[in-house]
Design a protein around this ligand. Structure first.
Ligand SMILES: [Zn+2]
Length: 279
């Protein structure tokens, strides 16, 4: 190996959404701030998660270009629409890049696309018209200038079939939605069982003893510290406990607000679930 790797994190701020809150609690509807991570060597680069809207993906593409690297790969951590709908914009700017995701990521991405016309009413006119899927990638690793990048299958965390990416030579984990950082977590669809799996997934990241940990969603400006792994776990534990101890949505919302007064995206839908379309 000749080159040394580096990384840089782009954070798209919280974005306001159109529409009624599913519950009359807290501020107006908004989508949580989210990250995209560029890992780069001397000549080449890998991008993790190409964001959501045209505006975000165009800004991200311009930011990637500032690094003057050849973008070889775009890795998608999971198939939630917000993590890959910007892909077509990125591929327009970097047509040589190969977009990849695990088989379960691509399957979920397909399902997400099937409700995009419904979902887009919350962010009207902001989604790209061209929303390609990543290619199915079945291996556990890929490389950047000879350095290994390892895909970690994490199962059900804030959604089903999530993955994280580990870069041993950088002591870096890019958590995907397994990891949050000072941003309210999407626990609205979670159960005691899925939270136990989520905690096991976080333990898997902690066991790698990373120096840097990038969360899929984070408060803008906060550093990508591995302590966020423990914070994400504690939030899950607190939510489970308070859900059992409180007797109304209002009480639970207020209790979480009191425990996490400085965390970003103080949204009731994160705690109680997104209003999905009827089947
Ligand atoms: Zn997400």
């Amino acid at each position: 190996m000749t080159s040394t790797l580096n990384f840089n994190v782009f954070t798209a701020p919280e974005k306001p959404m159109v529409g009624e809150r599913p519950r009359p609690l807290g501020p107006a509807m908004a989508w949580d701030p989210m990250t995209s991570t560029l890992i780069y060597g001397e000549n080449d680069a890998v991008l993790v998660d190409p964001l959501t809207t045209v505006a975000e993906a165009e800004a991200l593409a311009a930011w990637v270009k500032l690094h003057n690297r050849n973008l070889t790969t775009i890795y998608i951590t999971h198939g939630h629409i917000d993590h890959f709908s910007g892909l077509g914009v990125l591929l327009k700017h970097f047509p040589q890049a190969q977009a990849i995701g695990s088989p379960s990521t691509v399957k979920m991405a397909q399902e997400s696309l099937s409700i995009l016309s419904w979902f887009s009413k919350f962010l009207p006119g902001q989604f790209p018209t061209d929303t390609p899927l990543p290619e199915v990638y079945k291996e556990e690793t890929f490389t950047l200038e000879g350095h290994e990048l390892r895909i970690i299958e994490q199962g059900h965390t804030d959604g089903v079939d999530s993955t994280s990416l580990y870069v041993p030579s950088l002591d870096l984990v890019v958590g995907g939605d397994v990891l949050y950082n000072q941003c309210h977590q999407y626990v609205g669809e979670s159960t005691p069982e899925s939270r136990a799996n989520w905690i096991a997934a976080l333990d898997r990241l902690a066991a790698l003893n990373p120096k840097y940990a990038v969360a899929g969603h984070k408060k803008t400006g906060v550093p990508d510290v591995p302590e966020s792994i423990e914070w994400t776990k504690q939030y899950l534990v607190d939510f489970g406990r308070l859900q059992a101890e409180t007797s109304s949505d209002q009480e639970l919302f207020d209790a979480m607000t009191e425990l996490y007064p400085t965390w970003a995206c103080h949204q009731a839908w994160l705690m109680f679930g997104f209003p999905m379309p009827a089947e």
